[in-house]
Design a protein around this ligand. Sequence first.
Ligand code: AMP
Ligand code: FES
Ligand code: ZN
Length: 317
Amino acid sequence: MNCTKCKTKAVIDLPRHNAAFCTPCFTTYVHEQVAYAIKHQRMFGPDDRILVAVSGGKDSLALWDILLKRGYKADALYVDLGIPGYSAKSRAKVERFADTVARPHGATLQIHTVQEEEGAGIKELSNLVHRPTCATCGTIKRYQFNKAAVEQEYDVMATGHNLDDEASRLLGNVLHWQDEYLDKQSPILPASVEGFAKKVKPLYRLSERELAAYALLNKIDYIVEECPMAKGSKMLLYKEVLNRLETESPGTKHRFYWGFLEKQTQAQPAATSMAEKDQALLHPCKTCGQPTTGEICSYCKMMARARLSSSSARPTS
Ligand code: AMP
Ligand code: FES
Ligand code: ZN
């Protein structure tokens, strides 16, 4: 198998593009997909300050790597959730990447430790509020990502969601006809109201397999294991189903997701109508000031519940 571009020996085949690439041509392909995503979706410009949420996994570390190598000003944020046997390992991967690759580009890493700042690790918090760990984790991460980006005046907040993440999320939203989530599912969410950071997903054109190959070929040391809390999740099931379809019919995933994005653009001039809707619905949380549809945002409600349960569980003397 030879490289479609330069005809030397290929290291990876991409059936969905009917192509195969050697290492340098594959790296160029990955960078071009990200460059196209940034330009086509008007994610950010060369002078914008970007905050990348890095988990220690292949996607977000690859994203940080690509943005730095393309000359963007990209710092990173890692949220240490305190998951036994997992967080310490993923944090070490992020710190190593920050020291060896990011720092020479002048980029910085900040770490938010849930145990220190929310007063308990993610498992204890989810027990206190009687919610699944992943849901508690999602609320904390979304809140902390937005807070860091807004308070430190970053122009945009970027996550490492890839094509498989977005296609499986779309499948879940369609299977349950979650209209509200379908409206918001996009590689770019504008800063529709004050207090909301602009959010982008520059890897939405690249599959999980392609990003694993990029990380491997570019010697990015990442945590291979999935978060132990994700075991048995619906998203993993949707990913498996889509992988099965992709094997039978290469290109299914990108036709499904990109096709949805095209139809969404035709159906509504996304950014303006979404901003108008948000402006009508959102106002500052009475506790923390972040935008919310209720009086108190879901993060503050959850933290208040956790405080209440932990004080009622404490023995009185
Ligand atoms: P996941 O929801 O685990 O699939 O992660 C999706 C994206 O969220 C990742 O690609 C990262 O950009 C970001 N992310 C997930 N976990 C963390 C974390 N602990 N700290 C910072 N960013 C994270
Ligand atoms: Fe949130 Fe696993 S990453 S519970
Ligand atoms: Zn709040």
